[in-house]
Ligand binder design. Sequence first.
Ligand SMILES: [Zn+2]
Length: 454
Amino acid sequence: MSDVQGYIDREMHRFQEELFEFLRIPSVSTSSEHTSDIRAAANWLEARMREAGLETEVMETQGHPVVLGEWRGAPSGAPTVLIYGHYDVQPAEPLEEWHSPAFEPTVRDGNLYARGASDDKGQLYLHIKALEAHLKGAGSLPVNVVVLAEGEEEIGSPNLLPFVEAYHQRLACDAVVISDGSMFAPDLPSLLFSLRGLAYFEIHVKGPRGDLHSGTYGGAVVNPGNVLARILASLKDETGRIAIPGFYDDVMEWDPATRDAIRSLPFDQEGFLKEVGAPSLGGEPGFSHLERVWIRPTCDVNGFLCGYTGEGAKTVLPSRAMAKVSFRLVPRQTPDRVRELMEEHLAQVSPPEVEVRLVELYGGRPWKADPEGEFFEAAKKALEDAFGTPPVLAGEGGSIPIVVDFQEILEAPVLLMGFAPPGANMHAPNEWIPLAYFEKGIRAVASFYTEIGG
Ligand SMILES: [Zn+2]
């Protein structure tokens, strides 16, 4: 047993107790009544990082502070690894649905329940403990490290990009490691090879000045609701493919080896159908379920607003209609290009009797890793050491825009290794993490540095 893994054995109980303390601080970033808790969490984290052997600083932003930790004592020529995580959490409501209080960490059957257990305090803290195991157990780390812990992830990281741009020299690194996601399946660790991006719009259709009587005016005045329905119907064809001309031009076709690897992953279609509770599943022809949610783009109506929707009948010809429509994007697509294509398409399909306007709400670019090189190899070996099975390469249907920014600004590969269990109830009541995953995560990250150093 190495000094490092032996240290983890001896100190594991204290590591858990510290995590409980961290979880007791209700650092909810979205609500102003928790501003002092956010500050308390930042200060608490800084103190623990200092005790672990890092040089630390709480750095102000326009919003909640960033906690920075650094250790730069590795032999010359050793790489530098940047670890990113967040110490803020989602609100705990609805409180009555928690089986134990959200901010009172409780262990049941070896699983730790608390807001932030998986997202992301548990996963951030396991990194700090892995660093401590090297610095205190072995006396040094084989690599230089920078820890960047922000307090605004759950509100969209409004100050993170300016921070990374302003301090890009201090944050310079050879690899970025992020643990803020889930494993592919229970006890099956994973490394991500892609994230989808996002382009989010509102389509506004405006007809007559005000709502009209559908008897007096209907048939002679074009109804914005009917027009919007036609527009929405034109976005996809009946097979499930997106029908906006040019939409697939930038969509990357993945290599056959990656597609084969995705298709070979275990996927429980029946269980999934049960989970979503839909009559049956559907999607783009020619692609498997995991391909549809990982490597293919989407177009989804997220909401409608039009006319009378109260009880009973009201014969109204509404003056306006609005729909929210979002696209999940895949590598080589950009939110800007999708907006241009949407504008061209709307110009084609909109009749002259109404005004149609596109409003862009939000965009984020997709991300793709090159899952090779020394850092990926070291991560694979380390995850296998800790979990007893090699990790699978997985995609992710959701979006984390900062990942692309890290990769481009810091010019370093990003490794996304999540230690949360599938179904961790992140953002929901009864968030949890198995204590075994917290410990295996510490061991895996500690081995990762040993591997790189070796
Ligand atoms: Zn998170």
